[in-house]
Write a protein that binds this ligand. Structure first.
Ligand SMILES: [Zn+2]
Length: 68
């Protein structure tokens, strides 16, 4: 029997965070440089992941700028 499963999801995780100069354009909170990790899972098994950096707001969580 063959079971097809098309369950794919992406998880974004913050690995580490450092304070950065600048403020959030949405709420005016402090901006930080975050080490992000995106994990793509297929049937709950992580099959692909990518780390990237982004300037994020520590207050509302908005991504102000991302570096890929
Ligand atoms: Zn904000």
């Amino acid at each position: 029997m063959v079971c097809f499963c098309f369950l794919v999801d992406q998880r974004r995780k913050l690995r580490s965070i450092k304070p950065a100069a600048g403020t959030c354009s949405r709420c005016g909170g402090g901006a930080s440089v975050g080490d992000m990790m995106t994990t793509t899972r297929f049937c709950y098994v992580p099959c692909y992941w990518k780390s990237w950096k982004a300037i994020i707001c520590t207050f509302c969580g908005a991504i102000l700028k991302s570096y890929r």
